[in-house]
Structure formats: C-alpha cells, structure tokens
Design a protein around this ligand. Structure first.
Ligand code: GLU
Length: 323
C-alpha cells in the first residue's frame, strides 16, 4: 500500500505577536509532521484585514525561525499551493462558497450585525463566536425573505446537517458533537469577509493538509469544519487539538503581556533552546525544562503522549524566559 506523505501546518492569525502558547502549538504541529518525515506548511490567516498587520506576520515568521522551526511551503518561501496568505486567496473562498450554494446548503441571514461581528475573526470557542444561531433566517418564508432582501445585505449561513458528528482526535481522544452543535454558522459576512470555518477548510483541502494540529480552543470548530468537508465531498483530515497553555493565574494567556512573547525573550538575549526546552517540558516531552533544540525532539515524537490537561506556566519559568 502506498502511504501518502503527511502534510501538517501552522496557521497563525497575524493580529498580534507570537506568544509561548502559540509557539508551543507550532512546535507540536511541526514535530508531528517532522516525526513522520512529512511536509510542513505555514499559512498566514490574515483574512480579517482590519485586524491583521503585515508587521505581525513578519515578526511571527522571524520568531518561528528563531525557535528553530522550518517549513517547506509558506509566505516567505512560496510553494506549489500558494499564495500562503488568506488575504490573497479570496477567489478560492468564493468558488468554495459557490459549490455550497449550488448544493442548496447556504441561506441568507438578515439578523443583526452585533450578532455576527465575532464570527470571521475570532475562532476561539463557542463563546467567541456567540451563542449558537437559533436558525431564525433558515425558516423565513419566501415573501418575508424577499422583503428583507430589499432593505438589507445578508450574510450567508451554512445549514448544519441534522446529525451528530463524531471524530477521533489524535490528542484529545474521541469527540462527539450532538446534532446542531454550534448552530448554522456564517460563511460570508454581510461586509464581504469570508468566515474562518470556510477559509480554513478551503485552504487545508487545497493545500493537501492531512493532519490539522492546533490549540484545543478550536475543538468546538471542528464538527463544523467536518460538516463542510463532507458537504464539499472533500477528504476529512486527521485532527489533533493540543491542550492550552495557561498563565500563572490559571487563565488564558493575556495577549498584551510582554513577558509571554517570544520576541521579548529574543530581545532579552535568551537562547532559543531554552525557550524550546520549556515548551517541550510543558508538553510532557522532557522531564526537566532543560535547553533542547527542536530537531532533538523529533525522534520518537508521538502526539498521543502529550498530556491532555491544560498546563499553567509558572512565574519561575517566566522569570527565566523573560528576565
Ligand atoms: N488562525 C487560527 C488562530 O490563529 C488557527 C486556525 C487553525 O489552526 O485552524 O487561532
């Protein structure tokens, strides 16, 4: 039997700098790919243009390289599936949308802007995306739909299938989402911005990604993405959602905290192997937070062995990393 080459990716949103939580996710996705001799892709998820900044994208690339990670395809190195920036891939998203439209799986939604605001940009859990959409506009009578269409540009929603979606997550184990979890989601906002779920599925499929390794905050998005793959008749990749790294207070890492930024560690003259050592330690890959290079961690890496519980970084670690 001929095995397909594993293809993994890291897909940061350049709306801020790379912090140790993002860096750890990148490291694990990279290790998972390299351990199988696969190809690694870097994709900039700058689809929400007002929130994304080119200087963050450049900084993320530089920080990842400084950590010792590399990629076979990406914005700075090109490759056969480019461009590797979502802002340059809108025609693919439009084509994907058309296919869904032709299958009758989309419907216009006229609900208020506030309800829709979070959807394209913040794919972090159901909270960030707002409550599950109750399906109001799915049930509009044709006359009512026409009346609304006359006064408002709609967003487009994907009608989630009415069945449970289950999958085996390489890191988080068996997942079961009851029918309708998360509700019908927006694939194109009224302002023309394509939704995260649509873009990520279109890109992962077009880039031939076989293994999607990312943070556990995206576990909630996965049943929706699987529904999209299936609706589009595309092969569903394997998923691995790695537990989050938390701040010393046990809360989500604060995006504005300088002490957790890879760039700050770099600027303070900390060696990259020291940072990688802590990232590996927090992932259960080494017993002590000793300096190590990313490549030294490749032999024998197994994502299934990364402990499933979230890990809180300690003040001691932060003192060492950002003196
Ligand atoms: N761009 C998303 C983020 O930065 C990640 C998307 C993904 O890995 O599927 O959170």
């Amino acid at each position: 039997m001929r095995m397909t080459t594993r293809r993994g990716r890291f897909a940061p949103t350049p709306s801020g700098r790379l912090h140790i939580g993002n860096a750890r996710t990148a490291l694990i996705a990279w290790l998972h790919t390299r351990a199988a001799g696969g190809r690694f892709v870097l994709r900039m998820e700058d689809i929400d243009k007002p929130r994304s900044r080119p200087e963050f994208a450049e900084q993320i690339v530089a920080d990842l390289r400084w950590l010792g990670l590399d990629w076979d395809e990406g914005p700075d190195v090109g490759g056969p599936h480019g461009p590797y920036e979502q802002s340059k891939r809108e025609s693919l998203y439009e084509q994907t949308l058309q296919r869904l439209e032709q299958s009758g799986l989309l419907y216009p939604c006229y609900c208020s802007r506030a309800e829709l605001a979070a959807i394209a940009s913040a794919p972090h859990g159901l909270d960030a995306e707002g409550p599950a959409y109750p399906g109001t506009c799915r049930r509009l009578a044709p006359a009512e739909r026409a009346a609304r269409a006359a006064v408002k540009t709609p967003s487009l929603r994907f009608a989630m299938p009415d069945r449970a979606i289950a999958f085996d997550d390489m890191a988080a184990g068996r997942q079961n989402a009851p029918a309708g979890t998360g509700g019908d989601f927006v694939v194109k906002r009224a302002d023309g911005i394509y939704g995260y779920q649509l873009a990520v599925v279109a890109d992962d499929a077009a880039m031939g990604i076989t293994d999607v390794v990312r943070g556990a905050d995206l576990l909630d998005s996965t049943p929706r993405q699987i529904a999209l793959y299936e609706a589009l008749g595309l092969p569903v990749p394997r998923f691995g959602h790695v537990p989050l790294l938390l701040g010393p207070d046990g809360r989500r890492l604060a995006k504005r905290d300088d002490a957790i930024m890879v760039a700050s560690m770099r600027a303070a003259g900390v060696q990259p192997e020291k940072v990688v050592g802590w990232l590996a330690y927090w992932s259960g890959l080494i017993a002590q937070p000793e300096p190590v290079s990313a490549w030294e961690l490749v032999p024998g890496f197994d994502i299934a062995k990364v402990p499933p519980e979230p890990v809180a970084v300690t003040d001691r670690a932060l003192r060492e990393l950002a003196p």
